[in-house]
Each structure stands twice: as structure tokens, then as C-alpha cells.
Design a protein around this ligand. Structure first.
Ligand SMILES: [Mn+2]
Length: 482
């Protein structure tokens, strides 16, 4: 399918989510929807992909990540390329053509014809033509979305000098157009969902390997390697974020980087890891015992977190406010901890005083897509609440069909909170401190799945990865007997 021009018959009617044939069709459809919503009559838009960031003091670069807005609209992710839009002319992709020296060191790169196929764009030009394109629009308002590094690194984009072009950058327009793209990105199209399912399948393979290979005496780092190798074998291009593996007390650190510390019998292991495919993230957490069974309070708390999570997943339906799901989960955590005698008081009274946030300090989850914490998580005009337990809620909007969100409640024993004198004083009556003080090395439990919201109810993309007490214990027993 070829690119449809900016003055197409698109009427702004509600997108029906029709199945696109392939990546090119999907990207063309996204561009059409964005242009229709932008309603520009003059000026131009630049959507740079970004350039690799140098590592200071070396001749190396950080791993390159294309800007999600570029990847979303262009359907390609080549460093140094720029997607442009002009309401009279439509869309053009300017892509770098490597010189002989670059070809010697890093290869030929994709030919422009391949980029045209992949993006569905009729006009794909060498980056060296971008300067002239901008020159012809001198004095017109320019909106820059995507990566704004073009202003500082114009020469690397093939534009001689940014300042010499005297661009009239309209920052307000840029923010508006970017917000429109963030909104469009919330509901995933069929192509995006196919990639997210692939990412989830790779993630499943990795977690399954972790569940099978974890042993007492093994290090967090070694388990990370076993998990990630399966991601890559299953087609992941990279991990969607730094893999989190925490054994024993380390599981209480929300974003713990795996270390050489060895797992010990009787501990829990928390693994929060996701593969990335085609730029799309998967984000899954499982917590399991080093041995074959959850013991004592581990069992009770695991059952509590799982019940809270399953209830929240069941509630993830169109029209439901994500914040209400979070608040309901907070109430469930408070009730569960009170039932176990760790908290004292009615669930409502505990949540009113934020007592549950001592143990569940983060948000229920976030939007997922081209970024692990995907764009558009908060509705325009909504400000994050500064209350403990709400401060880190990364999604605040009514759910709609096509949204993918994570649901990831947790219960942790975090020294930084539980040893804080002011918090201990504030929650003196609400917490059984004698018991809690004996649990400071417990670690934590988090269970996280990626949930697609549909009119027919929630669909977990990560449902294949075991999480029931019975399934996990069976897997662990089999693994340890083998
Ligand atoms: Mn997450």
C-alpha cells in the first residue's frame, strides 16, 4: 500500500482497529491519523529518530534507542533519520546514506528502497537533502517532536548548520503535536499487538528458564544471564529495561540490579524482566522460592499479592479509571495485611493514613508499549498526587479497549521506610512493629502481568508464565528433583 496524501478522504471518524496488512500499512495508518488530528495548515514538523549518545571519555556510544515517536510514525528506527511532515506535501523520510569510511566500519546499512518498503512512505530521501528541504521552508513555523538532538547535532543529521537555517521553532506546537501522538499511542493497533505478543512470548521463555534454573548458591547475576539468554534465543532484540533480580533482602529494593550475591535456602527470589521485540516492551515480574515451597509468611503474603493482582486484572475494563484500580488494590493490601496482623485498623482507615504504602509504596502499574513506561499514562491536566502510595502512580486515565497496562502490586519490607523514625511515629498504632522489625530481611513479593484491555474483558499477554502457588511449587519441585 502506498502512502495516502495529507488531503485524503480521512474524515476523523473513529478508528475501527481494522487489521493492517503489515508494518508499512500500520505506520501509514498511524501517520494519517496523526496528521488528521494535528490539523496543520502551514509550517512543518520534524520527527528526528535521534543519534547514539557518546560515552564521555571513550570512543564508544551508549546503546542506541530510536525515539518512540519516530518509530511509531515512521515504522522504522534508523539512527540519524528524520521523518518530516508538511501539510501541503505530506510525509518524507530523510535517512543517512553511509560514506565509504562508515561502510568499512559499520556496514552499508539499509538501502533507501528498503526503508520505503518498511515505512510505507513514497518519499525517502538521503539525509543530505534535509538541509535544502528546511531551506525552502525558511521563516515558517517548525514543530520538532521526537528527539530534539537535531538542534545540537545538525551536522550529524546531514544538515550543515542548524543556526544558519534560522529555524522558527514553535515549542508550543511541538508540545501539542507530541501530546496528540502520545494519545494515539495509547490504544495499540493490530501490528503493535502482534509485536507485544512476540515480546511476551520471549519473556515467557526467559522467566520459565529462571523458574527452572534458580538454585541455592547461584548468584543473582547468573540467574539474570539464564533468563536473558532465553529472551534473545526467542527473538528479543534487547531487554526492555535493566533486568531486576533480587534474592532474599534484595527483593525489597524495587529496581534491584543483580549482584554476585548467592541465593540461600529459605529465601524468595524476585525477577522483574522483559524482552523487547520491534521496539515493543514486555514487563513481567514473578517471585518464587529458592527451595521447592513458599514457607510460613511467604505463603500468606504471596497468596495476598496474587489475590490483589488477580482482582485488579479482572477490573481492567474499558471506562474504568486506572487510579480507582490502584486505590482498590491499596485497600485490598491494607485488608490483607490487617488480616495477617501486620497492620491494625479498618482497611479504609489504614488507606486514609497511607499505612499500606509502608509495604506497597509504588503504583499499581503503567501503560506499556514502545517504552516500558509508555507515553500518555496521564490524562492531560491530571497532576500526580503527592501522597505516599500515589506519588509513583504512572497511569491516571480511564482505560479504553486496546490499551496495554501492567498490573503489578507488591508487598515489601523496605528498611528505608520501615526504619524511618518519622514514619514509625506516624504509624505507631497502625503497625505491629515488633513483628515487622523481625521481618526486615524478608525481602518482597511482586507479581506483574501485561494486560490488554478489550470490550470483552481483560486479556493477559503474559498469562502463560506460571504464577499460582501450586504451579510455581510444582515447577520448582520438578526442577530441584531433576
Ligand atoms: Mn512494570
Amino acid at each position: 500500500m502506498t502512502e495516502r496524501g495529507p488531503r485524503s478522504a480521512y474524515t476523523g471518524a473513529r478508528y475501527t482497529g481494522a487489521m493492517p496488512d503489515g508494518p508499512a500499512d500500520a505506520a501509514a495508518e498511524r501517520r494519517e491519523r496523526a496528521a488528521a488530528r494535528w490539523e496543520l495548515t502551514r509550517g512543518a514538523v520534524l520527527v528526528p529518530a535521534g543519534l547514539p549518545l557518546p560515552i564521555a571519555g571513550t570512543d564508544q556510544f551508549h546503546e542506541y534507542h530510536a525515539h518512540p515517536e519516530h518509530r511509531y510514525l515512521a515504522g522504522t528506527a534508523l539512527a540519524g533519520s528524520v521523518l518530516t511532515y508538511d501539510p501541503g506535501e505530506g510525509w518524507t523520510l530523510f535517512a543517512p546514506v553511509p560514506d565509504a569510511e562508515t561502510r568499512v566500519w559499520t556496514g552499508d546499512g539499509p538501502p533507501l528502497a528498503a526503508l520505503a518498503r518498511e515505512s510505507g512512505l513514497e518519499r525517502v530521501s538521503p539525509a543530505s537533502a534535509l538541509g535544502g528541504w528546511l531551506e525552502r521552508r525558511r521563516g515558517e513555523p517548525l514543530a520538532v517532536i521526537g528527539n530534539d538532538d537535531i538542534a545540537q547535532r545538525a551536522a550529524e543529521y546531514g544538515v550543515g548548520s542548524w543556526r544558519a537555517l534560522e529555524p522558527v521553532v514553535d515549542a508550543e506546537a511541538g508540545a501539542r503535536l507530541s501530546a496528540v501522538v502520545a494519545e494515539l499511542r495509547r490504544a495499540k493497533d493490530a501490528r503493535e499487538l502482534a509485536l507485544m505478543r512476540e515480546a511476551a512470548a520471549a519473556t515467557h521463555r526467559g522467566h520459565l528458564a529462571g523458574l527452572r534454573k534458580a538454585r541455592a548458591g547461584m548468584s543473582e547475576r547468573a540467574l539474570q544471564v539464564e533468563i536473558e539468554v532465553e529472551f534473545f534465543r526467542a527473538g528479543a532484540e534487547r531487554t526492555a529495561y535493566g533486568t531486576i533480580v533480587g534474592g532474599g533482602p534484595n527483593a525489597a529494593t524495587l529496581h534491584f540490579s543483580p549482584t554476585a550475591r548467592a541465593f540461600a535456602e529459605g529465601e524468595l527470589i524476585l525477577v522483574d524482566a522483559g524482552a523487547e521485540v520491534g521496539g515493543y516492551a514486555s514487563d513481567v515480574t514473578r517471585t518464587y522460592p529458592v527451595g521447592a515451597r513458599f514457607a510460613g509468611l511467604q505463603r500468606d503474603l504471596y497468596a495476598l499479592v496474587l489475590a490483589v493482582q488477580e482482582r485488579a486484572i479482572a477490573g481492567a475494563r474499558p471506562g474504568v479509571e486506572y487510579k480507582d484500580l490502584h486505590l482498590a488494590a491499596s485497600l485490598d493490601v491494607a485488608r490483607g495485611l490487617a488480616d495477617l496482623g501486620l497492620l491494625r485498623g479498618s482497611p479504609q482507615a489504614l488507606v486514609e493514613r497511607d499505612a499500606q504504602a509502608l509495604f506497597f509504596p509504588h503504583g499499581l502499574g503503567h501503560m506499556l508499549g514502545l517504552a516500558t513506561h509508555d507515553a500518555g499514562g496521564c490524562l492531560a491536566g491530571r497532576e500526580p498526587d503527592d501522597r505516599p502510595g500515589l506519588r509513583y502512580l504512572r497511569a491516571d486515565l480511564p482505560l479504553q479497549a486496546g490499551y496495554v497496562v501492567t498490573i503489578e502490586p507488591g508487598v515489601y519490607f523496605i528498611r528505608a521506610l520501615l526504619e524511618d523514625p518519622a514514619l514509625r511515629e506516624r504509624h505507631r498504632e497502625a503497625v505491629d512493629w515488633t513483628r515487622v522489625d523481625a521481618l526486615l530481611d524478608f525481602g518482597g513479593i511482586r507479581i506483574e502481568d501485561d494486560v490488554l484491555v478489550t470490550a470483552d474483558g481483560p486479556r493477559s499477554l503474559s498469562a502463560a508464565t506460571p504464577k499460582s502457588l501450586e504451579a510455581i511449587e510444582e515447577l520448582r519441585r520438578e526442577a530441584l528433583e531433576a
